[in-house]
Design a binder for this molecule. Sequence first.
Ligand SMILES: [Zn+2]
Length: 105
Amino acid sequence: MRPRKIPQRKCVACQRMMPKRELIRIVRTPQGEIEIDLTGKKAGRGAYLCGQASCFKLAKKTKAFERALKVPVEPAIYDRLEAEFIRVEDEFAAGKERADDDDDG
Ligand SMILES: [Zn+2]
């Protein structure tokens, strides 16, 4: 196996280090909006989360986003993100499979 440099990020909920593309990015935009960033390219402070609803629930319970994004995150925002998270989960998984083909790490 030849060594490959894969950028690693830590899931803010379970603290596991994962390849970046295995994680969903939550971003606080310069406008102060907190949203899911499937492209991983939006400007702003980011927090990474495993692409799993269970980790989202953990993040909600432990207020992981508040710590990672350094802003108060209202329960309503967690609820909104959670709904969005569940919606994008399939899209994210599909995109990950596609990325396996052309990602050179
Ligand atoms: Zn996790």
